[in-house]
Design a protein around this ligand. Sequence first.
Ligand code: CP
Ligand code: NVA
Length: 303
Amino acid sequence: MKRKDLISLCDCSAEELWEFLETAKQLKIAHKSGQSSRPLAGRTLALIFQKPSLRTRVSFETGMTQLGGHAIYLAPTDIKLGQRETTEDIALVLSGYVDGIMARVFEHQVVEDLARYATVPVINGLSDLEHPCQVLGDLLTIWELKRRIAGLKLAWIGDGNNVLHSWLSGASKLGLNLSLACPEGFEPEAEIIEYAKAQGTQIELSHDPTEAVRGADLLYTDVWASMGEEAIATQKRQAFQGFQVNDELLALADPEARVLHCLPAHYGDEITHEVAHGPQSALWVQAENRLHAQKAIMALLMG
Ligand code: CP
Ligand code: NVA
């Protein structure tokens, strides 16, 4: 793959998205059958975190180990990105040590700046604007469960946030149709909706979850308040009443519909424990697929 970085799925062509997914599928099959493949032997990935993480940290570290390489976790207090020294200087210094950088940041501009100044590949492990690794893992999950992506209808119930932005920027290229139900004032950025529409995908925007899920093949939700929004969490809780994925809502979707959530979940808010742990939940394979999708990203960008 010619691309240096993975910052936004907007930057990727449909062919590149399929290359990530095909590679992830092959790596998953190889791993499950006990074959080891070590294309990143001797390589090191720096993991910069401004925010907490379970899945992203563990799947990137484990993925590097499985690919024969090594990952270095840099906690929010370790390098104090943007406080102790500039993003530009961190990018230049790390480029002299490591073969790739994964960064989880607040401002999207920071991960853009890392990519601009680093001479090694930079991977966006979540910013306030996008979460491309999540959506690549989710696309792998949908492809596995439904055997196709094009033509499916995914209903998004909840916040117009970073994960939804990555759905809009990436999934639209693969022909997945999106039906969004967000509370008023919490819709995704208009520019990203326009971008997705320009890719030719169908996007329905409403404020009614029961409307959005009708006939849906997939239901997706995420926390009401994202990391960094702690101060407005109470206000959001009020605005999001009724935007819960529960058995009643699921009953309105296609009978074969599967439920996705990027996790962590807040049970009783955006999703019930019954649905998350019920027969239509895809949450656990979805979480596992972060590992396989990110191994593909690392192998293709750093190999
Ligand atoms: N879904 C996700 O990115 O999880 P973490 O915040 O635990 O990494
Ligand atoms: N929208 C959530 C996703 C967590 C993986 C957040 O940014 O906190």
